[in-house]
Design a protein around this ligand. Structure first.
Ligand code: COA
Length: 152
């Protein structure tokens, strides 16, 4: 596969990709106002992204990780996570966190392969904070947020 470049984007955000990872308009605009959006581009096309969000002193969260559907399962997600880890470490954070909905078995597996470990479960996060239900492609409803983390 042709190599892609990961660089910071501060305007003209690819909202289709941002909403692929998180359907909440409110959450996405919160992330973009407070975090850094990093995009992977291949020949001028954005194929993936993540947002690095400062949360507490010395702690950041990797949010809004997404790879365009036509480019999934080619290692881009893993490369973006590796970039986020090095990026956070380079900025002096001591901890990187990530969360996924309870149906996200692929995401949980991927995050563990990248060094994240399970920390806690934010029960009923989705019904509490998202209007309507968040349903995955296989029909399973997101109810709990699985919280994972990595010491840097
Ligand atoms: N089924 C099984 N395994 C899968 C998979 C699938 N559909 N997609 C990826 N994987 C596995 C791969 O086997 C790979 O493991 P390996 O390196 O040991 O072979 C690992 O996950 C990483 O795959 P990669 O190709 O780097 O992932 P990706 O580029 O497809 O990106 C996501 C993964 C989750 C970012 C991407 O699927 C996505 O954008 N999904 C929609 C948005 C989303 O769910 N974001 C996360 C919100 S918490």
């Amino acid at each position: 596969m042709e190599d892609f470049k990961i660089s910071r984007v501060t305007s003209d955000y690819p909202y289709d990709l941002l909403y692929l990872a998180d359907p909440s308009r409110e959450a996405v605009s919160y992330y973009l106002e407070r975090g850094e959006c990093w995009c992977a581009a291949l020949g001028g096309t954005v194929v993936g992204l993540y947002v690095l969000l400062p949360t507490r002193p010395f702690t950041a969260e990797l949010v809004n990780l997404a790879v365009a559907e036509d480019f999934q399962n080619r290692g881009i997600g893993k490369r973006l996570i590796g970039h986020a880890v090095e990026n956070a470490r380079g900025q002096g954070y001591g901890k990187l966190e990530i969360g996924t909905g309870n149906p996200g078995i692929i995401q949980m597996s991927l995050y563990q392969k990248c060094g994240f470990r399970f920390e806690w479960i934010d029960r009923d996060f989705f019904p509490k904070h998202y209007p309507g239900s968040v349903v995955e492609d296989d029909g399973q409803e997101c109810r709990d947020m699985i919280r994972m983390g990595m010491d840097l």
